[in-house]
Design a protein around this ligand. Structure first.
Ligand SMILES: C[S@@+](CC[C@H](N)C(=O)[O-])C[C@H]1O[C@@H](n2cnc3c(N)ncnc32)[C@H](O)[C@@H]1O
Length: 273
């Protein structure tokens, strides 16, 4: 765990010839929200100053993402449009893979200036065309599956339910899709993720502002890495990335410039600095 600003942490990696590159660098930086969160401030003299700082971070990360790895930049409407263009210039437009939307519920108010904004944006670049995600599935039930397929359900001699599936164009080949197999596997995820924010009484809440849910980081890490891979988060706040990486058996570099963040990571991960 490293106490220090992002650029100093990266210098440390260079100076000490850190032997691993990262399969995933996840970055959840200040969003240019113009707010002071107490533990850290997201107030900048101008948008240009903010973007210049983010450019330095992303350029510093680039060489540390391994050739099959990913860079995931968590941001929101305040600056996501600028950050996407900027990071395209560093990672390459063709290496941009996905925009994942983390959609969360919460109190909604009738408003005339802006509709309730209840999502963050995770922008994802691969280091090269070789990088591959690991498919992730979400729970899926029989009734929703049948409603989506809009097909008559048949039963075989053992009572197992199935529907017709078709493969190929033109003279397509028909085959049986057994419902239990599909339901057990789950449904492949898409780019919009409904994951609740951490509510005030949740066990995982440590009180650090802008703390992200472990479920969100679990999904990011499962998609982009394999057990044993290295993950990094150089502005890790309360250390959510480290908790998820630990649960999933990934090795993890965590750092932050802020003492309160380091304290909260140390407690949460029960490790020493
Ligand atoms: C949005 S928070 C991260 C929250 C974290 N993902 C979590 O779940 O707790 C952004 C973090 O960036 C850190 N930060 C801001 N500027 C930094 C810098 N120059 N170097 C390192 N960390 C920085 C802040 O201290 C803050 O903890």
């Amino acid at each position: 765990m490293a106490r220090g600003n992002v650029l100093d942490q990266i210098h440390w990696l260079h100076d000490h010839q850190f032997p691993h590159k990262f399969r995933l660098i996840y970055c959840d930086p200040p969003f240019y929200s113009k707010r002071d969160y107490g533990a850290f401030s997201d107030q900048w003299s101008s948008l240009e100053t903010y973007l210049e700082e983010m450019r330095r971070w992303i350029e510093a990360f680039y060489p540390w993402v391994d050739d099959h790895g990913f860079f995931v930049l968590h941001c929101d409407y305040h600056a996501s449009h600028y950050l996407k263009v900027m990071a395209d210039r560093i990672f390459g437009y063709d290496n941009f893979r996905n925009e994942w939307i983390w959609h969360y519920s919460g109190r909604r108010q009738p408003a005339s200036l802006r509709v309730n904004s209840k999502h963050d944006v995770l922008l994802v670049w691969a280091k090269s065309s070789e990088a591959r995600f690991t498919p992730v599935f979400e729970a899926w039930d029989r009734d929703r599956y049948i409603t989506m397929k809009r097909q008559k359900v048949h039963r075989d001699e053992d009572g197992r339910e199935w529907i017709w599936g078709h493969q190929g164009k033109g003279k397509s080949h028909a085959y049986r899709i057994y419902l239990d197999e599909h339901i057990e596997r789950g449904r492949a995820i898409d780019t919009v993720w409904d994951i609740p924010i951490i509510n005030t009484s949740a066990k995982e809440r440590v009180g650090y502002p802008t703390q992200k849910p472990v479920a969100l980081l679990n999904r990011v890490i499962e998609l982009t890495t394999q057990p044993g891979d290295w993950v990094a988060d150089f502005a890790a706040g309360s250390g959510t990335t480290g908790v998820a990486a630990g649960e999933l058996g990934r090795a993890c570099w965590l750092g932050d410039v802020n003492g309160e963040a380091i304290e909260s990571m140390l407690q949460r991960l029960s490790v020493s600095e």
